[in-house]
Design a protein around this ligand. Structure first.
Ligand code: ZN
Length: 135
């Protein structure tokens, strides 16, 4: 294994999963709370399965500097939902399957759609620059 520099982490994703109407309501409430408190980009709702994900979810993108604020908050406020947190280093397969951490239930991921290398890195994060609440 080669040692990778921390600077290879360009951003992080938190994927918030939900199963059924009650969990979707919890996911909605959590999304509002995250948007009000943190400098993040809230992704679209995926009520149908997309990419490697085996349960409906939405994605939250954030810069490395937000990690020590957002991730501990999610640990204690995730409303029972499964959350996958992974870095974006340009290696989607490793980022999801080897470099990730889970909060709560650990779900299966489908490795098939994940390329080894990211050919089209995501555009710079357009952040929520106006959180309304303190963490
Ligand atoms: Zn992701």
């Amino acid at each position: 294994m080669t040692i990778q520099k921390l600077a290879t982490i360009r951003s992080y994703h938190a994927h918030v999963y939900f199963d059924g109407p009650e969990q979707r309501r919890q996911a909605e409430a959590l999304r509002e709370e995250i948007g009000a408190r943190f400098s993040v980009r809230l992704g679209r709702w995926h009520d149908h399965l997309v990419g490697p994900h085996t349960r409906p979810m939405y994605q939250v993108s954030f810069a490395p500097g937000e990690f020590p604020r957002l991730v501990p908050w999610l640990m204690i406020n995730r409303r029972g939902l499964a959350v996958l947190i992974h870095p974006n280093t340009g290696q989607p397969k490793a980022d999801h399957l080897l470099h990730a951490l889970w909060l709560g239930e650990i779900l299966d991921l489908d490795a098939a759609p994940l390329p080894e290398l990211d050919e089209a890195p995501e555009p710079a994060i357009e952040l929520n620059t106006d959180p309304k609440l303190t963490p």
